[in-house]
Design a protein around this ligand. Structure first.
Ligand SMILES: *Cc1c(COP(=O)(O)O)cnc(C)c1O
Length: 412
């Protein structure tokens, strides 16, 4: 177990819960596509004394004294983000990916302006204009989706919508889309009608850093991201843009949408960006994609329909309704078998968002644990057993999960 002696002494209640959660993480198969397992270095930075420092503002122009060292931390984080993704400008202060998106909207749009984003049931994110999110309440939201036949983005339709509605911002990026996104085509279409392209690479930032996915920085006017998904950093966000938009973005983050930055988390982001520059990280991302492809092939071979017929990235959408259970039922049964993933709407969904026809399966966490193709074939078989045989398969599968997770401890 990780050494949390001080917590144990100061707050046994929280310590005990943290221990249970650590055990859960060790003994379950974590297949939530947006999760990952950070290095001890990232965790130490995030849990450090830098949390004590108030640093409203930006390096060199803070509203508080004593910022000379945290200035160095933030400058380094920015420099590394720019170098890792080949960007002219970076803002590393957004507390999360959602905050990054909100800041970009604030920078470039007035309330009532038009925003074109991907429909949630086709893979988009709540911050891309969901009626329940501020983005959906503040802006006039138009959505695009995937084609019925290929279940890949309907680029022709995107261009039609841009031409008809003339959005200020077009968003390219998703939370549950298993295929490559053509940022080049998206930017050409947006620019043809004087719209800005915002690429939201929250899910695929790690793949982009390792050149396993087209880099949106070359084509988009502004790129937002989370650091905690495939990028394997702390929970947080960042924004990349061209130099000319730097000041505008900075003002939109602070004081536009946030107060003081989390300097401990910014240090952890810097550590994560450095880790992402290594060969080891590239190998990890390659393996993540290989694992997802292997898993997709195998569950299809086991008779389960996979949306779009496979994957190009770190995640798979499986249509379990075709196999006779809802996404919610699958999520609950798999959880009983110690396999964690989430229900997910699929394109042209016929069930409610609380039931869903699909499940989303991601390989970032299990790949961080050291799983390769061999273990992913095994995972695919275990998932298929639960989907195809139901409750009766749960005890056997749980036993297999126990064996697998013991073989690949997280914090050895
Ligand atoms: C995860 C995600 C975000 C950020 O979400 P947070 O929970 O705020 O970190 C933004 N956009 C997309 C497409 C995402 O998948």
């Amino acid at each position: 177990m990780t050494d949390y002696n001080e917590i144990r002494k100061a707050d046994p209640e929280i310590f005990e819960i943290m221990e249970m959660e650590e055990k859960r993480q060790e003994s379950f198969l974590e297949l939530i596509a947006s999760e990952n397992i950070v290095s001890k270095a990232v965790m130490q930075a995030a849990g450090s004394h830098l949390t004590n420092k108030y640093a409203e503002g930006y390096p060199g122009k803070r509203n508080y004294g004593g910022c000379e060292y945290v200035d160095m931390v933030e400058e380094l984080a920015k420099k590394r983000a720019m170098s890792l993704f080949g960007a002219e400008y970076a803002n590393v202060q957004p507390h999360s990916g959602s905050q990054a998106n909100l800041a970009v909207f604030q920078a470039f749009m007035k309330p009532g302006d038009t925003l074109l984003g991907m429909d949630i049931s086709h893979g988009g994110h709540i911050t891309h204009g969901s009626p329940e999110n501020l983005s959906g309440k503040m802006y006039n939201v138009i959505t695009y989706g995937v084609r019925r036949d290929t279940e890949t983005i309907d680029y022709d339709k995107v261009e039609d919508l841009i031409r008809i509605h003339r959005p200020r911002i077009v968003i390219a990026g998703a939370s549950a889309y298993p295929r490559n996104i053509d940022f080049k085509v998206m930017s050409e279409m947006a620019h043809r009608y004087d719209a800005l392209l915002m690429a939201d690479m929250a899910h695929i930032a790690g793949l982009v850093a390792a050149e396993e996915h087209m880099n949106p920085v070359e084509y988009a006017d502004v790129v937002t991201s989370a650091t905690n998904k495939t990028l394997r950093g702390p929970r947080g966000g960042f924004i990349l843009c061209r130099e000319e938009y730097g000041k505008l973005i900075d003002r939109a983050v602070f004081p536009g949408t946030q107060g003081g930055p989390l300097m401990n988390v910014i240090a952890a982001k810097a550590v994560c960006f450095r880790e992402a520059m290594t060969q080891k990280f590239r190998k990890y991302q390659k393996q993540t994609v290989k694992n997802a492809k292997t898993l997709a092939e195998r569950i299809m071979a086991n008779g389960i329909r996979v949306v779009s017929g496979g994957t190009d990235n770190h995640l798979i959408l499986a249509d379990v309704y075709r196999s006779g259970m809802t996404g919610k039922q699958a999520e609950i049964l798999l959880d009983k078998a110690h396999i964690t993933l989430n229900k997910c709407s699929i394109p042209f969904e016929t069930l409610s968002p609380f039931e869903t026809s699909g499940i989303r399966i991601g390989t970032p966490s299990v790949t961080s644990r050291g799983f390769t193709e061999k273990e992913c074939e095994k995972i695919a078989d275990l998932i298929s057993l639960v989907i195809n045989d139901g409750e009766i398969a749960v005890p056997v599968v749980r036993g297999e999960v126990d064996r697998l997770t013991k073989e690949f401890p997280i914090y050895r």
